[in-house]
Ligand binder design. Sequence first.
Ligand SMILES: *[C@@H]1O[C@H](CO)[C@@H](O)[C@H](O)[C@H]1NC(C)=O
Ligand SMILES: *[C@@H]1O[C@H](CO)[C@@H](O)[C@H](O)[C@H]1NC(C)=O
Length: 261
Amino acid sequence: MCVCVSLSLKCKIDRSMKLQIALLLAVTIIGTGHAAKFPSAFSQCKQEDATCLLQAVTATFRNFHKGVPEIGLVPLDPLRIDKMDIIQGDGPINIVLNFRKVDLLGFSEAQIKKASGFTANPTKMDMSLLVPVASLVGGYKINGKVLILPIQGEGASNMTMVNCDISLKWTGNLVERNGKQFYQVDKFKVHFDTTRFYMNFTNLFNGDKALGDNMNVFLNDNWQDILKELKPAISAAFTKIFEAVVSNVFNKVPYSELYLA
Ligand SMILES: *[C@@H]1O[C@H](CO)[C@@H](O)[C@H](O)[C@H]1NC(C)=O
Ligand SMILES: *[C@@H]1O[C@H](CO)[C@@H](O)[C@H](O)[C@H]1NC(C)=O
């Protein structure tokens, strides 16, 4: 069974920061117990075949980035985020940043560098990937202060990370459902790094071009400080997104059927 729901996630990152995110994913409620149907071109691996796994997951991002509903894989590129609000209370960055109908782009080019824990009796798993250019593109509204400057605006935005190194780690265990073993994700964590963070907000300060251009230059000149402040919020957003993506596959396909016999 597969139904479309808007998945709303809320979390508090620390006392002064909040993140709300709504993903419109075709979320699998529960695996049915019928054998999963993989597309014929889909590469599967034997358990613990690390080399095969790296290639298979990379190929999945590349060739199946539009999603594979049969196995609960949602579209990964673009990955639509309906609504994401970052509310950062104090410190050098003090903003309410609302994103609406934004697309996360670039994951079809992801290279999987590590995938471990895909064993017969899985507990901890982890995966690391490098995305050459990852962009979050869509509507924004911002209000607050960045470093010392007031910022305000509403329009189209593009936040881009170059060489985005993402590490996903999660724990879980096998549970039985409909007489089959499914892997159930328990804790999920994401860390990332990037060699360059670009920001482009159009229509800042009610369309005052000079002020807006100056602010964009200022933001990009100070990208390292800004990234440092926003990192917990961005990591939390990645955590919610990838936890939903990964759990959805594990909820849909019995664990052993993910692999070649
Ligand atoms: C977003 O910005 C990056 C870096 O400036 C650029 O390469 C990319 O083409 C932009 N994407 C869109 C959709 O404008
Ligand atoms: C920012 O985005 C606007 C609209 O897409 C574009 O015209 C402009 O060239 C971009 N600025 C930079 C510095 O990339």
